[in-house]
Ligand binder design. Structure first.
Ligand code: TGC
Ligand code: FAD
Length: 393
């Protein structure tokens, strides 16, 4: 079934006045692309639990892969406001499609750009920017999710190459990725990043099935059985957990914006439905209980928009702290998931169908509230930041 996307963006506090013309132009081009290419097909792909691979070319063309990476390496050299707006518009379409863009830009291109050698940057970044190569990011393991520092995946020096063993799970894009950024412990027990390429003997990427969430995103495992990795594939410029966590700062920032996109779509859908649906002889929008839901939604969306706008300005000045990013990721996703649940109720029975995007957003957000650090972990990061006391361990 194809659908017409009627989305109108809520801007209750005239935040558009704070955006540059370039920011607005980029947002418009991504929004137009989402309306034309994503909205008409996404429900069917989500129902079939299939990733719409044909979108990769378009994602690259709208600049979704590494928008802040310098043009020298194939990126667009955009600022963080533009990056946030791109993520917002894509997730307005679907969190799974935003996931693919987040992983490619923040978790694959960023580590190569920030920690890679010049040869690695030249070899991989331009092809990743165009989608000719797709990547994934392997941090989480079956026994180490919130606690990635406990990972057991490891590599040993075997003379002219390394030998990699272990397994990663819950890896977005794994089933079709050409390369994987894999975080593993060296012989001294220190975490380092390796670029593992599809086709290396002993490397496999089994797909994870039966997800009720992010159904239009491909998730899988990464399995390493004595994989020979050339020495030039080690990311030379970072050692320790701060390597992968530094990438997560980028991706969590994108989610802080993206989740608001999902929230805006739920709000916009519910508002339109409430005005059109009549019960007891008048639109349900005229009942106080429905107005309360809608008024609270726009209030929470506006607060979240203000928070990420300010975060973007801090990020542009290189002043955003990881804890500030955690607060925004946590707040945006909680806002979005609550709005999805309320919006679903406004649509009554229709809310559970694929005729409307709300249930899909709601189910997607169950992953978004868990990945890139769970809701609880981000609260503990804020707690540690304000008290100076670590409550993780
Ligand atoms: P801790 O001892 O606190 O820190 C270890 C080292 O890392 C530094 N650090 C950071 N550096 C950069 N950015 C950050 N956000 C950082 N947080 C910490 C820290 O300063 C220290 O450096 P150094 O030089 O002293 O060694 O580490 P810990 O083991 O106590 O863990 C802390 C904790 C729990 C906050 C952290 O491990 C964590 O964030 N856990 C959550 C794990 C997570 O987010 N996993 C995400 C996997 S990837 C994913 O989900 C992709 S989904 C993609 C998609 O589809 O969109
Ligand atoms: P656990 O860490 O086992 O946590 C279980 C519960 O315990 C949570 O509620 C958590 O908040 C709580 N908890 C844990 N520790 C504490 C504590 N110290 N104090 C209080 N509560 C605590 N990972 C990647 O590396 N790459 C990817 O591309 C990727 N994509 C993903 C895609 C999807 C669809 C999903 C669902 C996950 C993905 N992940 C990915 C993994 C994701 O980052 C982890 O699921 C997440 O970090 C949580 O780890 P866990 O699932 O092992 O949960």
């Amino acid at each position: 079934m194809t659908k017409t996307d009627l989305f109108e963006s809520p801007d209750y506090y005239q935040l558009d006045e704070l955006l540059t013309d370039e920011n607005k132009l980029i947002r418009k081009s991504v929004r137009d692309w989402v309306k034309k290419e994503v909205s008409p097909i996404i429900e069917d792909y989500a129902q079939r639990a299939e990733f719409p691979k044909q979108l990769l070319k378009g994602l690259a063309e709208i600049g979704a892969f590494g928008p802040t990476i310098p043009t020298k390496y194939g990126g667009l050299g955009l600022d963080y406001m533009a990056y946030g707006l791109i993520m917002q518009e894509i997730e307005r379409g679907d969190s799974g499609i935003r996931s693919t863009a987040s992983v490619q830009g923040s978790l694959v291109m960023y580590p190569i750009y920030a920690y890679g050698s010049e040869d690695q940057k030249i070899k991989y970044l331009p092809k990743l920017a165009t989608g000719e190569l797709m990547g994934c990011f392997g941090l989480t393991e079956p026994d180490h999710g919130s606690d990635p520092g406990g990972m057991t995946t490891n590599f040993k020096d075997a003379g002219d190459h390394y030998v990699l063993n272990g397994a990663k799970m819950w890896i977005s894009n794994a089933p079709f990725a050409d390369i994987a950024i894999v975080w593993a412990k060296n012989e001294q027990g220190k975490i380092q990043g390796l670029i593992v390429e599809r086709g290396m003997k002993g490397f496999s990427t089994p797909e994870t099935h039966n997800k009720w969430s992010l159904r239009a995103s491909a998730t899988g495992e990464l399995v390493f059985d004595n994989v020979k990795v050339p020495k030039e594939n080690l990311l030379p410029n970072v050692t320790g957990l701060k390597g992968p966590l530094g990438c997560l700062n980028q991706a969590r920032y994108g989610i802080a914006w993206g989740a608001i996109g999902a929230a805006m779509d739920c709000y916009d859908t519910a508002l339109r439905y409430a005005k059109e649906r009549n019960q007891f002889g008048k639109p349900i929008a005229a009942f106080q209980l429905q107005q309360k839901k809608l008024a609270e939604m726009i209030t929470e969306i506006t607060k979240a928009q203000l928070l990420v706008w300010r975060l973007a300005t801090l990020k542009n000045e290189n002043k955003a702290t990881p804890a500030q990013i955690s607060m925004a990721k946590r707040n945006s996703v909680e806002t979005a998931i609550n709005i999805a649940r309320e919006a679903r109720q406004i649509l009554g029975g229709m809310g559970i169908t694929g005729e409307y995007p709300i249930m899909r957003h709601m189910m997607n957000l169950e992953s978004v509230i868990t990945y890139e650090g769970t809701h609880d972990i981000h609260l503990l990061i804020t707690g540690m930041d304000i008290t100076g006391e670590e409550a993780f361990k």
